[in-house]
Structure formats: C-alpha cells, structure tokens
Design a protein around this ligand. Sequence first.
Ligand SMILES: Nc1ncnc2c1ncn2[C@@H]1O[C@H](COP(=O)(O)OP(=O)(O)OP(=O)(O)O)[C@@H](O)[C@H]1O
Ligand SMILES: [Mg+2]
Length: 274
Amino acid sequence: MSTPPTPAAAPDRLEIAGLKVEVEGKQILCGIDLALPPGEVHALMGPNGSGKSTLANTIMGHPKYQVTGGSIDWRGESLLGLTPDQRARQGIFLSLQYPTAIPGVSLVNFLRAALRGLGREMPAREFLGTVKQELRTLKMDQAFLSRYINDNFSGGEKKRMEILQLAVLQPKLAILDETDSGLDVDALRTVAEGVNRVRSEDMGVLIITHYQRILDYVTPDRVHVMAAGRVIESGGAELVARIEREGYDSMLRAAGLETEPAEEEAVAAGAPGA
Ligand SMILES: Nc1ncnc2c1ncn2[C@@H]1O[C@H](COP(=O)(O)OP(=O)(O)OP(=O)(O)O)[C@@H](O)[C@H]1O
Ligand SMILES: [Mg+2]
C-alpha cells in the first residue's frame, strides 16, 4: 500500500480568538485574542491573578480548564479536543510555573521517554551526548543525569531543567511560564542564552514574565498585557520599559478596570512610608 503524499505543512502559527475559560465554575478568561506567528517571540505580562497561567495551561490542554467559548488554532486546526500529549506531539511545549518532582524517574529516562513519545527516538549514545552537552551549556552538574526529575532540586535548578527539556525536545511552540522567576543573575543569563540558542525561525516562544530582565536578553517581537482575563494592551518591545516605569495602573484605568481599592485608600489616607 502506498502512502499518500504528505500535504505541505501549514505554518506553525498559534491563533487564539475570543477564548473564554472557566475553572471549577469560575470564569477566568473572558475573551482572549492573541496570534503568535511562526518563529516570533511574544511576551505575556500582567498583574498577579490576571489569567496568564490559565491561558498557558489551556493552550496545553490541562483538563481542569474548561473552554466555554472561542477557539485555539494551531497550524490552522483546532487544538480543542486534543489531549495534552497529542498537543505535545504537535510540537507544543509548556514550561510550568511550578515544575513538579517525579521521584523514581531519572532525568535521562524522562527525556528519553519524552522523545520516544514525540516519535523522535535517538540512539542511546547520541542521546546521552546531546543531554550532556546541554547540561554543560546550562552550567549544570553531570550528576543531574541520574537524579530524579526535580526531586530536591533548588528553585533555580528546576527552571534550568525546563530549559534543558526545551533544548532536547525542540518544540515548535514553547510557552515559558515564569521560567525566569527565582533565578540568580547568572542563571537568568544562562537560561536566556538557552532560549536564544533554541529560538529560531522554526520555534515560536511565548514568555510569561513579571520582569524586564529576561526580556533584556531575549527581545520580544510583541508584548501583550493581560488583566482580569483579557488582553488589555499589545505593543512592541518598548511596552516592557513602559511597564517597568509606570506599572500597570494607567493601562488598567484605560481598560476601564479598577485598580486595587485597598491601595487607593492607603494613598488617600496618606499611609506613612516605611
Ligand atoms: N480552581 C479555581 N477556583 C477559583 N479560582 C481559580 C481557580 N484556579 C485559578 N483561579 C483564579 O484564576 C485567576 C487567574 O489565575 P492565574 O494563575 O491564571 O493567574 P496568573 O496571571 O498566572 O498570576 P501570577 O502572575 O500570580 O502567576 C486567579 O484569580 C486565581 O485565583
Ligand atoms: Mg501564573
């Protein structure tokens, strides 16, 4: 039986439109529009609780997040209805804000299984060589090879582990949920270099972050600001500096969102400085 010719692959484009999501009956995302063209790096910022992780988890297909409206298309086809592992096989990767430990599963076995799951098994020698090289690049001890995934890893080590996975698995779309949080200055630079190394015309990246620092190293093509389950502002890299300078207040007001009443009361009451 001859295999039919493979149709030309659609571009690796993520297109989110009018996305509404509920978690345990509570509406968290209220109509998100966001497009990530192939090979672009976009930053997603916004106050705590605005829904950034919810969006990331929903793209990956976490069962806790219920899509009640809108669409998520990847390569021109809907991701809704696909399981997280099917989405991973389509080249989507999520680096978790809080990576979980998997006691009993070594880094080597984990990465091999992950590659196998993606249908990209490598000969043992070549595989080990790749992982060792990545560990060196990330300035991580080779002892990590045999340690259990994230088991008793420090915060920064867990984040570097996420970049190691990214480098080995080479997804087409990488979503990094606060991969820069809790990193020391050197580790931040190492992780940013890691992202720059794997970032290519071939891989889109969505960087969720609270800080300008990582974006000093990895310059985003676009920046989006989320608040109250919506994207309230999008712009170029200059938006990052504006946020650093002014905070979110003016954007929240422009979007018709109240800023923290407690804060305003404190200001009105002339809260004494420390
Ligand atoms: N099971 C749940 N029940 C009710 N509310 C929830 C549930 N899970 C998440 N939320 C709420 O959804 C909102 C969005 O959370 P999310 O983690 O997406 O925010 P975030 O933008 O990633 O914040 P951060 O910057 O602090 O990581 C929060 O207000 C959170 O309390
Ligand atoms: Mg979050």
